[in-house]
Design a binder for this molecule. Structure first.
Ligand SMILES: Nc1nc2c(ncn2[C@@H]2O[C@H](COP(=O)(O)OP(=O)(O)OP(=O)(O)O)[C@@H](O)[C@H]2O)c(=O)[nH]1
Ligand SMILES: [Mg+2]
Length: 386
């Protein structure tokens, strides 16, 4: 392994005046991480040029309370916990050190500057700690990806999936494919290289079966978009005639005035997206323009976008107005909507405060008062788990 630089970086968010942290963690990784730790905690060690493994170093993997100081002036920067890990038993596989300091701007700024002044450490590039862990065989690419997913996870379900992947679920699947591929290849090569030998009968069938199985498993895996949906969010399109209350429903689910609501038919033109956490599942909910024939070019474009979004969405919420002739609208719209699936898509009849609706096949709602919202949420949860 090539001798690498010793790198350092703040591992926690940059403290600001508005958001100082209780604690900030600075990590160092590389052959001189413990030298740095000694020079930052032992008065005058830097000028005397003491090297690692002297008594100033606490036992590895044990937190120790130390005064962190400027290596040149000896001035104290903070008092905090320090710890170090001996290579290769560390996250990166290299010698690592951590400083757990108070999360103020001056403390963190002072400590980073002190490490820079040592002259033998450099700031890590983005992702460089993970890269080193990968290069030292501490994690594979599926696990590195899982860590990125875990850090980016905003909902419970996203976190669970990332953790599974970090535990090697994907790694094991790919390993199984590799084993199957290698075995099939070995059989095939044996049949080619030793055609005259007495190979077990049926070897050609085995090769064919192996290839078919591998192809089918990979195709099924690529088809399964659950992981992708969980990462990007399930997409739900709200569609329906003008003035039915689509934007009102979006605002109700988003719990904020994300879209303009007005009694003017044709208010919404663009697709308006909000990102929601519905029971642990990430959802991208899109409000769209009301579907109607219009001579206005902008509204026509809005309707075109609404239809495109309805087609692309994982499923659709069709919103109708209880005080209008919603049954005929329902028939016309479901017939005209591409990919309409009665088992998956949901019909919401809104404004039940104006006219009552007795139909077990639809969710009845009042977007203004919130009546019927629990039933709608229950339906949404059910649909997602299907
Ligand atoms: N009484 C009653 N009025 C509602 C309800 N939901 C929405 N409205 C009203 O219906 C009108 C239209 O609501 P929007 O949410 O803008 O309807 P939309 O479907 O987004 O309309 P477009 O964007 O024009 O297609 C507004 O005046 C709302 O206040 C409801 O449950 N009951
Ligand atoms: Mg609208």
């Amino acid at each position: 392994m090539i001798e690498s630089d010793t790198i350092y970086a703040l591992a926690t968010p940059v403290p600001s005046r508005a958001h100082p942290g209780a604690i900030s963690v600075i990590r160092l990784s590389g052959p001189r991480a413990t030298d740095a730790l000694i020079f930052l905690t032992e008065p005058r060690a830097f000028e005397r040029g003491r090297s690692a493994r002297e008594p100033a170093l606490p036992a590895s993997r044990r937190l120790a309370l130390r005064t962190v100081l400027d290596p040149l002036s000896g001035e104290a920067i903070d008092r905090g916990l320090v710890v170090w890990f001996e290579a290769p038993n560390s996250e990166t596989g290299e010698t690592m050190a951590e400083l757990h300091l108070h999360g103020g701007r001056a403390v963190v700024g002072g400590a980073l500057e002190a490490i820079r002044r040592l002259g033998f450490c450099r700031l890590a590039e983005p992702g460089e700690f993970t890269r080193r862990a990968f290069e030292h065989g501490k994690l594979d690419l599926t696990e590195a990806e899982a860590i990125a997913d875990l850090v980016a996870a905003e909902t419970d379900q996203q976190r669970k999936l990332a953790l599974q992947q970090m535990d090697g679920a994907l790694h094991r699947l790919y390993e199984d494919w590799r084993t199957l591929g290698l075995r099939t290849l070995a059989h095939l090569e044996a049949a080619i290289d030793f055609p005259d030998e007495d190979l077990p009968p049926g070897i050609a069938d085995e090769v064919r079966a192996g290839i078919t199985q591998l192809g089918a498993e990979i195709a099924a895996h690529l088809d399964d978009r659950r992981g992708e949906r969980l990462r990007q969010g399930l997409s739900i399109a709200i569609i329906g005639p003008t003035n039915a209350g689509k934007s009102s429903l979006l605002n109700l689910l988003a719990r904020r005035e994300a879209a303009i609501v007005s009694e003017t038919a044709g208010t919404t033109r663009d697709v308006i997206e909000v990102h929601l956490d519905l029971g642990g599942w990430p959802v991208v909910l899109a409000d769209t323009a009301g579907l109607r024939a219009s001579s206005d070019a902008i509204e026509q474009e809005g309707v075109r976008r609404a239809k495109a979004r309805a087609t692309a969405a994982d499923f659709r919420l069709l919103v109708l107005d209880a005080s209008a002739d919603w049954q005929s609208e329902l028939q016309a719209l479901t017939a005209a909507t591409e990919r309409w699936d009665p088992a998956r898509d949901i019909v919401v009849v809104n404004k039940i405060d104006l006219a009552s609706v007795e139909d077990p096949g639809v969710v009845s709602l009042s977007a203004t008062s919130g009546t019927g919202l629990p039933e709608l949420l229950a339906r949404l949860t059910f649909t997602r788990r299907e």
